[in-house]
Design a protein around this ligand. Structure first.
Ligand code: SF4
Length: 233
């Protein structure tokens, strides 16, 4: 495990690993991350599927899997989280915003997600994740380059300037076919909504099914210029 402490050292480590591991497999990337950071590494999951959590549990059984419960999730997403917690060798950690939806409604008015989705995401996603990642030096995501133009340059290991942490995207180079093949081969849990026309699953008020020919994230904040919640953009 690394004894690196300073932010500048972590940043340099991330940038070097991003270059060195560009051609590495997802398991090799995760092995590097768990060897390097040990318990100061976690996986984040939106519970769209459990692919990265499954991969990480193969190299580090019991790995922390962090889930953001915004209070606006589909029941299927909460069910997927509960199933992952029950059957996989991972430690699911659920983060919640400081305010319940009712408290947010009382303070900002109802349906903030319609009037100011950036503020809603900041309160219900960005801030809780920032606080929840305090005890980690590195976090893994399921970002893929083929999901949307905004994710086309995702490094397999990079520097998260906003949170000052190493950000690992072990399946950045995977395609949807790669994900589907891995899910089938390993019987990985997936969100039932993926079988019901949804290609990317976020909060219920801000997610719709995708139409033929649309990219995977077209159903998120549809009709708005917004494409990311602030966790990755
Ligand atoms: Fe709010 Fe929508 Fe962002 Fe969820 S995705 S936090 S409901 S604006």
């Amino acid at each position: 495990m690394t004894t690196v402490q300073s932010t500048e050292e972590l940043k340099a480590l991330a940038e070097r690993a991003g270059r060195d591991l560009e051609e590495a497999s997802a398991l090799e990337i995760l092995k590097w991350a768990t060897d390097t950071f040990g318990p100061r590494f976690c996986v984040t999951s939106s519970m769209e599927d459990a692919v990265v959590a499954h991969l990480a549990s193969r190299v580090m059984p019991g790995v922390d899997v962090v889930f953001l419960d915004t209070g606006y999730h589909f029941p299927e997403t909460i069910g997927t989280r509960d199933a992952v917690d029950a059957v996989m060798d991972v430690n699911v950690i659920t983060l919640t915003p400081r305010r319940t939806v009712a408290e947010q409604d009382a303070e900002y008015g109802p349906r903030l997600h319609e009037r100011n989705p950036d503020l809603c995401c900041a309160l219900r996603k960005v801030k809780p994740l920032e606080e929840g990642l305090t005890g980690y030096d590195a976090w893994a995501t399921g970002l893929r380059r083929d999901e949307s133009p905004t994710r086309a340059n995702t490094p397999v290991v990079g520097w998260d300037e906003k949170r000052r942490k190493v950000k690992v995207s072990p399946i950045a180079r995977w395609t949807q076919d790669d994900v589907d093949a891995y899910v089938t081969e390993h019987g990985v849990l997936t969100n039932p909504l993926l079988m019901d026309g949804y290609a990317s699953v976020g909060c219920a008020p801000c997610t719709r099914r995708v139409l033929e020919g649309e990219d995977a994230r077209a159903g998120r904040w549809a009709g708005r210029a917004k494409t990311e919640c602030g966790l990755h953009g």
